[in-house]
Design a protein around this ligand. Structure first.
Ligand SMILES: [Zn+2]
Ligand SMILES: [Zn+2]
Length: 136
């Protein structure tokens, strides 16, 4: 779901790009699955926990990232390529990974009076890798 580099994305969303923010954002983009705060903390050992949580809150408020609660009730994050990004999540019930999927059709909603920020569709199934493991 990445579009441009971390620094450009931050600027586009009017966030001052500092070293930690760039690192956190880079750790989120460039994956095809979502990442939890705990995984980010263990990946980014040189940034303290509080900074990571604060950065994630900021990114979420500014709508750069999307927070998604997976089947285990754990919050995971992924990048939005644009506001109201029409992407959805595929939960693998075998490996419990959550993968980002682009949807190629826009969803028409009859909502007139409200402003829609995002639409969530949950897809649950078995991912490609797990299917292959099952077959072999
Ligand atoms: Zn799987
Ligand atoms: Zn996603």
């Amino acid at each position: 779901m990445s579009e441009g580099n971390a620094e450009e994305i931050l600027k586009r969303f009017n966030i001052r790009p500092n070293r930690n923010r760039i690192k956190v954002l880079n750790a989120i983009i460039g994956r095809d699955h979502t990442v939890s705060a705990v995984e980010l903390i263990s990946d980014l050992k040189d940034i303290d926990k509080t900074t990571i949580y604060r950065t994630l809150d900021l990114f979420e408020k500014k709508m750069i990232i999307m927070k998604d609660v997976d089947l285990d009730g754990v919050g995971h994050y992924c990048i939005r390529s644009k506001p109201n990004d029409p992407h959805t999540h595929f939960y693998c019930r075998e490996c419990h990974k959550t993968m980002c999927k682009e949807i190629d059709k826009s969803i028409e909603l009859n909502i007139v009076d409200e402003m829609v920020d995002s639409i969530e569709i949950k897809i649950v199934g078995v991912c490609k890798d797990c299917l292959q493991k099952k077959r072999s």
